[in-house]
Design a protein around this ligand. Structure first.
Ligand SMILES: [Zn+2]
Ligand SMILES: [Zn+2]
Length: 460
C-alpha cells in the first residue's frame, strides 16, 4: 500500500504550519456534561431575508437538533465502532460495503452497487437535477492497532488508522438526516461511498463507473488531529498538492570494483541523478510556487567488491498545478536519462501510473467553498472555522474536483483527554467521536443548502 498518497502522512509536516486555538473549542459552541450531549451551535440564516432562507433556517435547525439527539449520537458511535472492529484494505471493503447497504436499506434509501468493486452510490431526494454529491472513503490500512480499547480492531495487521471509519459513519449520519428531510430537497443528493483512497485509485474508478454522472458539485471531509473537536478548516482555491511517483532503472556494466575502468558504473550515474534532481526545484522553479521532488529509494549492488549492472532509484514529486506537475515529470525524465548518458549508462524512467495514478492537485472551487464555509460557520461558529494553510499531501478526492466543482473540509478531532492526538497512520491513532454528529450535520446541511442555491441560480 502506498501511504504517501494519503493526506495524513503529511500532517506530520503540516504540524509545523498549523495554528489552532489554544482554548477548548468545544466550550465555544456549547457542550453538556456527557459525551452524548454535544451541542452543535449557531445554525441559522439570519443574514438573508428571503422566504426560502427562513425555511432553510428552520431546516438547518432541524438538522442540528436531529444530529445532536442522544439516540442519534449513540447510533453514530455504534456504526463507527462496528466498522472500526473490522477494518478492510482497498478494494476489499466487503463487510464495510455490506454494513453501508444494510443501513441504507433500513433507511429506505435506494443505491447502486457494486461500483468500483465494493463502492456504493446512493441517492436521496427528487431524483431530478440538480445533483450534488457527498463522498466518504471506506478503506483501512495495513497497520497493527496498538490502542487498547473495547472496540479495538479484530483483524490482525489491519486498522482504521486514517479515520475512514468515521467518514463512512458521518456520511451515513447525513443520509439519515437528509432522508428525514427528503421532501424539502430541491434536487437530488448523491452519496458516494468509495473504495481504496489509500491506494490513490478508488475515486478514479468510481468516476469511470459513473458515480458523478450529472453531478454538479461534490463535498469531501477528512478528520484531522491538529484541530480540536468542534472546529473545522479549509481554504479556497489550491489546498492539497498533486502527486506523482517515479522509478528509474539505470543500467551500466558490472565488474570487479578494483577495476572500474572495465565497468560502467550505474551507482555513479544514479548518484549524479539524485543530486541533479534536487536542482529542478531549487534552480528551475519559482520559489513562490511550492513544489517537491524527493528521491526516497535507492537500490544497487550486493557486494563491496562488485560494481553492479544496474541501480534503481524512485521517489515522489508534488505541485499545486497540473502544469507544474507535468513540467516536473518531464524534467525528471530528462535529468535522469541525461545523467545516465553523461556516465555512459542507459536509463528507463517509469511513472507507474497504472498502479499509482498521478493525483491532481486538490483545488477548492470558490463558489462551492463559500457555501461550505458558510455552512461551517453556522454549524460550529465563526471562531471555530479556520483557514487552513496549503498542504503538500494529496487526496484522491482531487479526481472528482478535477471533473466537477467541489470542496474539501478538515474536521477537527483533537482531544488530549481521550488520547486523540496521534497523527493518522500511527498505530495509536484514535479519534474523538464527538466529531461524528458535526461531520454528519455539515454534510447534510451543505447538500441541502447547495441544492437551494443551485435551483435559485438556475432560475436567474
Ligand atoms: Zn491515510
Ligand atoms: Zn485518509
Amino acid at each position: 500500500m502506498d501511504q504517501f498518497f494519503c493526506l495524513h502522512l503529511f500532517l506530520l509536516f503540516f504540524n509545523l504550519f498549523f495554528f489552532s486555538s489554544s482554548s477548548d473549542p468545544k466550550s465555544s459552541f456549547g457542550k453538556g456534561g456527557g459525551h452524548d450531549s454535544f451541542i452543535l451551535g449557531n445554525y441559522g440564516y439570519s443574514s438573508s431575508s428571503s422566504s426560502s432562507s427562513s425555511s432553510s433556517s428552520s431546516i438547518k435547525d432541524e438538522i442540528i437538533r436531529v444530529a445532536n439527539a442522544p439516540e442519534n449520537v449513540k447510533w453514530l458511535k455504534r456504526i463507527r465502532r462496528e466498522i472500526h472492529e473490522y477494518p478492510e484494505l482497498g478494494y476489499e471493503e466487503f463487510k464495510t460495503s455490506a454494513l453501508i447497504r444494510r443501513e441504507l436499506d433500513q433507511m429506505g434509501i435506494g443505491y447502486r452497487w457494486p461500483v468500483a468493486g465494493t463502492g456504493v452510490v446512493a441517492t436521496i431526494g427528487s431524483g431530478s437535477p440538480p445533483f450534488v454529491a457527498l463522498r466518504a472513503d471506506m478503506d483501512a490500512l495495513p497497520i497493527q492497532e496498538m490502542v487498547e480499547w473495547e472496540h479495538k480492531s479484530k483483524i490482525d495487521g489491519k486498522m482504521h488508522a486514517c479515520g475512514h471509519d468515521a467518514h463512512v459513519t458521518m456520511l451515513l449520519g447525513a443520509a439519515k438526516l437528509l432522508q428525514e428531510l427528503s421532501d424539502t430537497l430541491q434536487g437530488t443528493v448523491v452519496l458516494i461511498f468509495q473504495p481504496a483512497e489509500e491506494l490513490g485509485s478508488g475515486a478514479l474508478r468510481m468516476i469511470e463507473e459513473g458515480a458523478i454522472e450529472n453531478v454538479e458539485a461534490i463535498l469531501g471531509l477528512h478528520v484531522v488531529h491538529r484541530y480540536g473537536t468542534g472546529t473545522v478548516a479549509s481554504r479556497p482555491g489550491e489546498f492539497l498538492a498533486g502527486c506523482g511517483s517515479f522509478k528509474a532503472e539505470i543500467t551500466g556494466k558490472g565488474g570487479h570494483a578494483a577495476l572500474p575502468q572495465e565497468s560502467i558504473d550505474p551507482i555513479l550515474a544514479a548518484s549524479a541523478s539524485v543530486v541533479s534532481l534536487q536542482h529542478i526545484v531549487s534552480r528551475e522553479t519559482d520559489p513562490l510556487q511550492s513544489q517537491v521532488v524527493s528521491v526516497s529509494t535507492f537500490q544497487a549492488g550486493k557486494a563491496f567488491n562488485v560494481i553492479p549492472d544496474s541501480a534503481v532509484i524512485g521517489g515522489t514529486f508534488r505541485a499545486f498545478s497540473k502544469q507544474n506537475l507535468d513540467s516536473l515529470k518531464q524534467r525528471i525524465q530528462q535529468v535522469i536519462t541525461g545523467q545516465a548518458t553523461v556516465h555512459r549508462c542507459s536509463a528507463k524512467v517509469e511513472f507507474s501510473e497504472e498502479d499509482h495514478p498521478l493525483i491532481p492537485p486538490t483545488v477548492n472551487n470558490e463558489r462551492v467553498y463559500s457555501i461550505m464555509h458558510h455552512i461551517s460557520t453556522e454549524i460550529v461558529g465563526d471562531n471555530n472555522t479556520h483557514t487552513a494553510p496549503c498542504i503538500m499531501g494529496s487526496e484522491d478526492l482531487a479526481f472528482y474536483l478535477d471533473k466537477i466543482p467541489g470542496s474539501f473540509l478538515l474536521i477537527g478531532t483533537r482531544n488530549e483527554r481521550l488520547g486523540s492526538v496521534y497523527p493518522p497512520h500511527s498505530p495509536y491513532f484514535t479519534i474523538d467521536e464527538d466529531a461524528l454528529p458535526i461531520g454528519a450535520a455539515i454534510h447534510a446541511a451543505f447538500a441541502h443548502r447547495y441544492l437551494i442555491s443551485s435551483s435559485q441560480w438556475q432560475q436567474i
